[in-house]
Design a protein around this ligand. Sequence first.
Ligand code: PLP
Length: 824
Amino acid sequence: MINPRFEKQAFKKEVKNNVKTLFRKTIEEATPQQLFQAVSYAVKEAIIDDWIATQEQYEKDDPKMVYYMSMEFLMGRALGNNLINMTAYKEVKEALDELGIDLNAIEDQEPDPALGNGGLGRLAACFLDSLATLGYAAYGCGIRYRYGMFKQKIEDGYQVETPDNWLKDGNPFELKRPEYAKEVRFGGNIRVEYDEHGKTHFVQENYESVLAVPYDYPIVGYNNHIVNTLRIWDAEPIVDFQLDSFDRGDYHKAVEQQNLAKNIVEVLYPNDNHYAGKELRLKQQYFFVSASLQAAIAKFKKKHTDLHELPEKITIQMNDTHPTVAVAELMRILLDEENMEWNDAWEITTKTCAYTNHTIMAEALEKWPIDLFSKLLPRVYQIIQEIDRRFVIQVREMYPGNEEKVAKMQILRDGQVKMAHLAIVAGYSVNGVARLHTEILKKQELRDFYEMMPEKFNNKTNGITQRRFLMHGNPLLADWVTEKLGTKDWITDLPKMSGLKKWLDDEEALKEFMSIKYENKVRLAKYIKEHNGIEVDPTSIFDVQVKRLHEYKRQLLNILHVMYLYNQIKEHPEKSFYPRTFIFGAKASAGYIRAKQIIKLINSVADVVNNDRSINGKLKVVFIEDYRVSNAEWIFAAADVSEQISTASKEASGTGNMKFMLNGAATLGTMDGANVEIVEEVGADNAFIFGLSSDEVINYEQNGGYDSRQIYNSDPELKRVVDQLVDGTYAQGDTEMYRDLYNSLLMPQGNNQADVYFILKDFRSYAEAQEKVEAAYRDKDRWAKMVLLNTASCGKFSSDRTIQEYVDDIWKLDKETISEEIYE
Ligand SMILES: *Cc1c(COP(=O)(O)O)cnc(C)c1O
């Protein structure tokens, strides 16, 4: 049943009233931003009914809850998604139409809450959507960054970062909860005290502290009245900065606390798959973990007296190692604040915390210098020392005389705190995010841990939510799917999409499917015209690579291939070439210089190619500025080809690949991450696979790399492309602009081998796969079947499936339902 507040007359009245009370305006006078606010507050009213009902139900049933701890939640816009999940999108759209308001334009006023970098943060957002939809009690726990992911501008082809002040107009969906604020302490020293029973107590002195203040965001389940909570923490000084603290001689302390609070939540680090080792980052981690745990324990204690029961009511999932300090902080709370004994506290902690591994790349592994760590978190560090001491004893018991094992597995080693080791030792579950990735963890990167504790290791292949990435992003296709299946079941049961297979031989259905793709390409072409000033032809092949810019993701391979195609077209104008539009979207971490050079190169190639009249528009290159969830939804809907071309073994899963598949694009990719499982579902004939296997890559790596010069010297067409990096073709005569990229492909730098991402090695195989793409696309009937089959085969890749697996194998949560009677 739909909330009566969405009944048309009532909703219109509410919107009018909100415009009046918030802005003292009429609908006609209000700005689009003000209308967004007024509509959002009206929607929030309805959500709050369900939010309260859900929390009352949880209060009554006391179900086991998951606390999903993540430094990042890449939520995307809330308004449209909330309306979809409340099943009120169409009603509200009509009501607003009657007021002369265009819902799409209103949605476009909402800033994207970009509290994440890429896949890891978006995964957390999809998981929250699925948890609420499946009826599981969950809290997302994170940080309310004042500035989210920077906004990307392209100026003269270069990425320029500007601050993302996403809260400047306020956020209608958030709820400040000052009554749940918690103190978080940093630094100082630990004094040991003994009480009258001879028991030891550890007292932190001379610390600095901040007040963690939670803001709650509703997470609306689909059509089930369940509303969970994303709780993100803001930092405030403990004592408000007051002039009279001057008189009390506490001026400096007041200023320091003010600054500490301001700095902690100031900004999201824009690194994707890369560890920077900044002290402020560790402060952020401890800040939100400590506050979240304190709140979780306080909530538990409202209903329970015996903390030994904690693992039956709470489970903590750590999204990568970023929140891993949670295991030591939970120990600290149990030991120091709840006065428990070590063995009891350890038993509880190791039944409560679980860890998700997201990468095997060395540069992404978190290893904090011990001196930094122990100064910032002195008591937590002591506890890690004791965890480490006991673990080393265990290793020695199991592998007597094998100090090499100890060296490889110790938590504290080489002057560092190794967060992954801590997470594995203290976690009751260690999961990878796609089958191949989990196998690599077990056989290579975490082999010693796997051999010692195989029962902890498991796989949970990632997924995405079809509510956002089909219903909201591609309404034309969503409606068509419902019509063809004769049911909406797929919205909460994605494997039902396989029912579309019965239309594979229906010419009319295939035509409809492709004309929806065409409409979506027209929609994206308009966006590109508006934002880039470039005309693209919606009948050309839309070949898309959108994801964070990283060398392992190999945008460089893609653009080198574009340069190669351009040479081919120029040299053989007589040869037929199916028009292609190469679309890129990618942010580079602000300090990742080579990634930024690649962005500049893509834009330079775009400049040359798009302005060469001699090629008759056969080739276009577009770099979409500021890739983010809101424009991603449109891009997936419009794609023909999904570029998933990472160096095999480097992409743990990928989720962009799944969003493309859902929207009817064919995968052009390596056998990496979840691509392997995508090909398994759709069949090898319906994807374009190329390149080295992960085994081959790992084998080369273990034998010192490969000789890229040999390929360069034996393939004149490829050599020409590589040379064009340094002959000025794409740099108005400047031969140095792309020298570093050229060197990265050919020159051994120091002890490292050249082309460590195997770009030249995979180039020919990639180019051949691209020829197959063209041939397949020319055969309209074959192509239509292929991409429909992709949509029909995407059932496995719903985050609903992923979450159900986490629940069954790891979390063991109870399913909740809310009665329809809440509106009576
Ligand atoms: C899905 C998504 C990602 C992750 O893409 P990958 O191709 O898996 O790296 C990154 N950013 C946004 C905005 C997304 O929606």
